[in-house]
Write a protein that binds this ligand. Structure first.
Ligand SMILES: Nc1ncnc2c1ncn2[C@@H]1O[C@H](COP(=O)(O)OP(=O)(O)O)[C@@H](O)[C@H]1O
Ligand SMILES: [Mg+2]
Length: 103
């Protein structure tokens, strides 16, 4: 737990929407505050937008609407490699000709 009650969320989704086709919203209005150090699990049926939400946090997908904050900074326009986020994908993509270390 943070010692300051007024400290900002470490991860914040504010009115986040996502549409891949410009018609259907696969993330409709996500508002969530995650304090630093909190372990969060998202539970929902297949296709409910869990991966899409994480992809937007990591920067591999852009939000159609709304803002995502990391440590108080809006990161909508921050490149994935500058966000300091690691992601383990559901379907791994390892190069078979490389060793574990090389991958
Ligand atoms: N790259 C994509 N292009 C188009 N539609 C996508 C893409 N990725 C996911 N979707 C669609 O968005 C919806 C949410 O998918 P997803 O975020 O993968 O859900 P979850 O991880 O909860 O199973 C699904 O309807 C899925 O078919
Ligand atoms: Mg998924």
């Amino acid at each position: 737990m943070e010692n300051s009650a007024s400290s900002e969320a470490f991860v914040r989704f504010e009115g986040v929407q996502k549409s891949y086709d410009g018609r259907t919203l696969v993330v409709k209005d996500l508002n969530i505050d995650v304090p630093r150090g909190e372990f969060l699990t998202m539970l929902g049926p297949s296709g409910s937008g869990k991966t899409t939400s994480l992809m937007m946090l990591a920067g591999f997908e852009t939000a159609t609407k709304g803002d995502i904050y990391l440590n108080g900074q809006a990161i909508n326009n921050v490149a994935p490699h500058k966000r300091g986020i690691g992601m383990v994908f559901q379907n791994y993509a390892l190069f078979p000709h490389m060793t574990v270390a090389e991958n």
